[in-house]
Design a protein around this ligand. Structure first.
Ligand code: NDP
Length: 481
């Protein structure tokens, strides 16, 4: 059985304590590899390696750092099929999705920041009258800690490490222990690319051990975290008295608002994706669908018919639309929310149960895509993050009403609005408390734009130059002429 290794100081090494965690294939329910169960000793070695590599990497010209990221991007592309299969096996997502979204986006992230750093200019401010000039230098911080979740493993891992490295930091990174495989394969590609030892270090293991040790380490002054809101809250409590710089990308409970004048086919087709892509395990999925009352019955019937036709099964089959959810524990959590929805008075229109797949996936963790109606807009099912293939349908009558519905959760990550009335689209967009709004589309991403959530969905923004600002410390120098 494959035994993964940590990537520390340019070497693939076993965890100091010699302990391993079982890594499951969620589609078969079987253990297929072993992950280092690292602890603070491994984190310490990684931080020391990163500290030692930092002076050289920080003074490497941005162009050369960028070229290194591009080399890694090229290698990701060359190993596209292998990485996509590894992602699908590790996470349960359809192979097709890993091939078309996860892996291409991972190389785009590396390429985007490999070039962005070459266009990242610092500011100068001339003071008229006083005859002085200010210029602002942006220094890398030193060792950056990057912690990422299991839903889009390599995609979100690279989204953090690319800007951190491009800006001249050295990195200690921890992928989710539930889906470590592609980060491990990336460490092999970094060796092949010739990334200098210690510039990137990857420590595998549990969040409460490895993640917590990184967050608390006094020599890691900057932490970038993507994951659940409860974890983000505990990280914030640890780092606040240490005055660390912190970026948090957290959970969501995103509204999908459909007005009666929308382009019906486009709204219907895209809402299937925005509800169920990656088994609903994307922080940007629209899990609360609000439909203007005159369109409600027509939309509901067409939506449910399409959902019933979705094939749930072996993620490696080309025809599969819904793969496995990431773990047995997560499956139980999602099923418990479906039970809660029934208790709260919801009607299950389709789905609502575990799916038994035939053949090699007979022991896998699959849930039928589930559509629920008849729930109050502010009940627990409609306000807590489920993060699975479950959506609710709710009718509305007025703009004011749907804005109130949309804003009634503690989350504020993204929202989608469907209407052909553009003034209304803008008006509603500006009233909805979400960091990312899509009008007549979903998940259309321009990597230059600020990415992140309001309220309990996060602190700070990733994307574009925002991430490069986050991973650097500005220093203003004022010169009297
Ligand atoms: P978790 O918060 O459970 O875990 C995220 C990462 O943090 C994992 O690597 C985890 O390790 C680690 N971790 C756990 N506990 C600690 C700790 N005390 N200190 C430091 N690190 C820790 O989230 P999930 O992996 O379950 O991911 C799903 C969540 O991520 C959802 O809420 C989703 O909305 C959110 N998300 C947000 C996005 C955004 O951009 N806003 C994008 C994608 C997902 P381990 O795996 O061992 O627990």
């Amino acid at each position: 059985m494959k035994q993964l290794k940590n990537y520390i100081n340019g070497q693939l090494v076993a965890p100091v304590a010699g302990q391993y965690i079982d890594n499951y294939n969620p589609a078969t329910g079987e253990v297929f590899s072993l992950i280092p169960d690292s602890d603070e000793q491994d984190v310490e070695l990684a931080v020391q390696a990163a500290q030692a590599a930092f002076p050289e990497w920080a003074k490497t010209p941005a162009e050369k750092r960028g070229q290194m990221l591009m080399r890694i991007a090229d290698l990701i592309d060359q190993h596209h099929d292998r990485l996509a299969e590894a992602e699908s096996v590790d996470n349960g997502k359809p192979l097709k999705l890993a091939k078309t979204v996860d892996i291409p986006r991972a190389s785009s992230n590396m390429r985007f920041y490999g070039t962005a750093i070459q266009h990242f200019a610092s500011e100068a401010h001339y003071m008229e009258g006083t005859e002085a000039i200010n210029y602002t230098i942006r220094h890398p911080h030193g060792v950056a800690g990057c912690i990422s979740p299991w839903n889009l493993p390599l995609y979100l891992f690279t989204w953090k490490i690319a800007p951190a490295l491009a800006a001249g930091n050295c990195v200690v990174a921890k992928p989710s222990e539930v889906t470590p495989m592609t980060a491990y394969l990336l460490s092999e590609l970094c060796q092949e690319a010739g990334l200098p030892a210690g510039v990137l270090n990857i420590v595998h293991g549990y969040g409460h051990k490895v993640g917590a040790a990184m967050v608390a380490h006094p020599k890691v002054p900057v932490i970038s975290f993507t994951g659940g809101t409860a974890t983000g809250r505990s990280i914030a409590a640890t780092v606040a008295p240490m005055f660390k710089k912190l970026s948090l990308e957290l959970g969501g409970k995103n509204p999908n608002i459909i007005f009666a004048d929308c382009d019906f086919n486009n709204a219907l087709h895209t809402s299937i994706h925005s509800s169920f892509a990656n088994q609903g395990q994307i922080c940007l999925c629209g899990s609360r669908i609000f439909i203007e009352r005159p369109l409600y019955d027509k939309f509901r019937d067409a939506f449910v018919e399409k959902v019933k036709a979705m094939s749930v099964g072996d993620p490696l089959e080309d025809s599969t639309k819904q793969g496995a959810v990431v773990s047995e524990q997560h499956m139980q959590k999602v099923l418990s929310y479906i039970a809660l929805a029934k208790e709260e008075g919801g009607t299950i229109l389709t789905g609502g149960q575990q799916v038994q797949v035939e053949g090699r996936c007979a022991k896998g963790w699959f849930i039928a895509p589930t559509v629920i109606e008849g729930l109050p807009y502010n009940c627990r099912t409609n306000t807590e993050e489920i993060f699975g293939p479950v959506v609710t349908l709710t009718p509305f009558d007025t703009e004011e009403e749907v804005i109130q519905y949309a804003n009634c959760t503690d989350y504020g990550l993204s929202a989608t609005i469907w209407t052909q009335n553009l003034p209304r689209a803008h008006h509603v967009a500006h009233q909805v408390h979400s960091g990312i709004i899509w009008i007549n589309t979903w998940l259309l991403r321009d990597l230059r734009t600020p990415f992140g959530g309001m309220k309990n969905s996060g602190v700070g923004r990733e994307g574009g130059f925002e991430a490069l600002r986050f991973f650097t410390e500005p220093q203003n120098v004022c010169v009297k002429l």
